[in-house]
Design a protein. Structure first.
Length: 352
């Protein structure tokens, strides 16, 4: 199996801080103060094994997600939740692309056949998932859909999710909805639908909104969450992830404020990129997909020389033309400096 491509490759030397990383969509400025305090508090528990049933973390996550505890399974990051979802007993996997490579990676790891349906149209619109898959969907298929979509930033409507769930019910299938970036879209989550739709599995991650990729805190929501969670390794969560989960319900207002600030930054950053003559896909998340209209590789290398990382898109079906980049949204000052640097690089390329 080919290794899944990710952003965030800052370990190319001894000091990760020397890189300005636009390839990983993490909260600008790193973790908020309350998270740092939670991590410090967790130090008191490093001498003890965490609870193997993760009941403390489950309660914190369930309160935050506003779901019954029996519908929530903590996981060691979003990738672990994706692997748990893939173990739900379906016979094959269907990917709604472009999408995160871990869905395919988890399926192949388990020996499941994988098919792909590209939702991105030539006019850059996104097709209805149910309409796109209905003609080829086989019984007992796990359908992966990401909302907001990675890497386009497109968020699917509730009706689109319901249409897909109705189709899944007809074909004895299940829908795995990845909401890894949903905290940047207040009110857009569909995780409450697990209460009435046994076909639905929702996966998520606190990595992005809290800026804690090193802590590894994710979750899975479904009516059979505890059954799927029984396949976890013992001590899936460490004491640091557990403490952050416990504190989540008390910091919703701060996280909402972060999401609102991120939305404004995304808008301003997108306008700045468009002012450079680039095509920017509409995004409701903390990243944007950009079509450079030219070979992206020289631009990527020129940015790398300036210690700036961006996300190549050659492994995303539908945009693997070598012209697309996914860019994280950072704070306004950093974004402005990035735009100035990118303009210089593009101008230099045109002059040569």
């Amino acid at each position: 199996m080919n290794q899944v491509t990710h952003g965030g490759n800052v370990w190319q030397g001894d000091d990760p801080s020397e890189w300005l990383d636009y390839s990983a969509n993490i909260r600008p400025g790193g973790a908020p103060e309350w998270v740092k305090e939670a991590l410090q508090k967790a130090m008191d528990n490093i001498s003890y094994y965490p609870a193997t049933d993760m009941h403390r973390a489950r309660k914190g996550l369930a309160d935050y997600l506003e779901l019954p505890e029996t519908y929530v399974q903590p996981a060691s990051g979003g990738a672990s939740a994706i692997e748990l979802a893939t173990r739900c007993g379906m016979n094959q996997v269907l990917l709604c692309a472009p999408c995160f490579g871990e869905y395919k990676g988890a399926a192949l790891k388990m020996g499941l056949p994988v098919e792909t349906v590209v939702l991105l149209q030539k006019d850059r619109s996104i097709a209805s998932p149910a309409e796109a898959v209905k003609d080829t969907l086989q019984e007992r298929t796990l359908i992966w859909l990401c909302s907001p979509m990675n890497p386009t930033g497109h968020t699917f409507t509730r009706q689109e999710i319901l249409d897909l769930l109705n189709l899944a019910r007809e074909r004895l299938c299940r829908v795995a909805l990845d909401e890894a970036f949903i905290d940047f879209c207040p009110g857009a989550s569909n995780r409450d639908l697990v209460k009435t739709w046994p076909e639905l599995i929702v996966t998520g991650s606190m990595t992005k909104i809290l800026g804690i990729p090193g802590v590894r805190l994710g979750y899975l929501c479904s009516q059979d969450a505890l059954q799927l969670g029984s396949k976890c390794l013992p001590w899936e969560l460490n004491c640091f992830a557990e403490e952050v989960a416990l504190q989540l319900p008390f910091h919703k207002d701060e996280m909402l404020a972060d999401a609102q600030q991120s939305a404004l930054r995304t808008q301003v950053f997108s306008e700045g990129l468009r002012s450079l003559g680039l095509t920017v896909y509409p995004s409701s998340s903390n990243f944007v997909l950009v079509d450079l209209g030219r070979d992206a590789e020289p631009v990527i290398e020129a940015l790398k020389e300036k210690k700036i990382l961006v996300r190549r898109c050659m492994d995303f079906a539908g945009i693997d033309d070598g012209k697309h980049l996914r860019l994280a949204v950072k704070d306004d000052k950093t974004n402005l400096n990035f735009l100035i640097t990118l303009k210089e690089i593009l101008t230099c390329a045109e002059n040569h």
